[in-house]
Write a protein that binds this ligand. Structure first.
Ligand code: HEC
Ligand code: HEC
Ligand code: HEC
Ligand code: HEC
Length: 109
């Protein structure tokens, strides 16, 4: 549910597909100890309270929020899960609180 450390990639890519341009780029990030500039696909508006932990703890599956990621050739946004309407409609359906303060820390800090 987070982005793996570059060293995790390099466990394989020190030897696998090292001649491909994308993997040469990966090796450069590993070598220079720069973080990989990941392209974010799913991102909630800054300031909205979000945690994966509570959701997985409540038994919500990855696919419920992200779609059947395993069928994708390249990662893309196939659901509207970062929109308020889908947060709130699931909270209502699952009897989780839909009070504004659950997701919004108003008044602004
Ligand atoms: C458990 C081993 C393993 C790990 C860990 C791993 N990969 Fe791979 N990766 C592979 C294999 C196997 C391929 C397919 C190579 C091929 O096509 O021959 C691949 C392919 C790729 C390709 C496609 C290369 C191309 O252009 O064809 C990219 C990009 C890539 N990996 C990036 C990553 C990144 C980024 C990470 C870390 C987040 C990572 N990999 C972690 C095994 C791994
Ligand atoms: C209740 C809905 C929900 C569930 C269940 C869920 N996610 Fe997410 N996921 C989100 C939201 C919302 C974000 C955007 C969070 C942010 O902005 O930090 C996100 C972000 C991510 C990201 C960063 C993606 C990107 O494009 O930047 C990854 C990776 C991810 N989720 C993986 C998973 C995995 C793996 C599982 C299952 C183990 C999972 N998620 C389960 C809603 C969910
Ligand atoms: C598919 C269903 C589903 C979706 C979609 C979903 N949630 Fe939830 N969420 C839940 C459930 C169920 C809980 C209750 C967990 C519990 O009570 O322990 C929860 C709990 C939470 C909590 C913790 C509340 C607390 O009391 O600590 C926050 C914060 C939250 N959700 C925010 C969001 C946001 C923001 C989104 C949209 C980006 C979202 N949720 C989308 C089902 C969902
Ligand atoms: C379960 C989570 C959740 C609850 C509960 C919730 N919101 Fe939201 N809200 C969000 C998310 C996620 C966004 C960001 C939507 C987007 O990026 O499109 C948002 C965005 C907003 C925005 C737009 C903010 C902006 O800066 O553009 C307003 C206004 C708002 N919510 C008001 C409310 C009010 C009022 C309530 C209570 C009646 C409420 N929200 C309850 C998740 C929630």
């Amino acid at each position: 549910m987070a982005f793996p450390a570059t060293s995790t990639c390099m466990k394989c890519h020190a030897t696998i597909a090292t001649d491909r341009p994308a993997i040469e780029k990966l090796a450069e990030f590993a070598h220079s100890k720069q973080p990989i500039p990941w392209v974010r696909v799913y991102k909630v508006l800054p300031g909205v309270t979000w945690t994966h932990r509570k959701h997985l703890g409540a038994g919500v599956q990855c696919e419920t929020c992200h779609g059947t990621v395993s069928d994708l050739d390249a990662m893309s946004e196939t659901t509207a899960v970062t929109g308020m309407a889908s947060c709130v409609s699931c909270h209502q359906a699952r009897s989780a609180s839909a009070a504004c303060a659950v997701c919004h820390a108003w008044p602004a800090k």
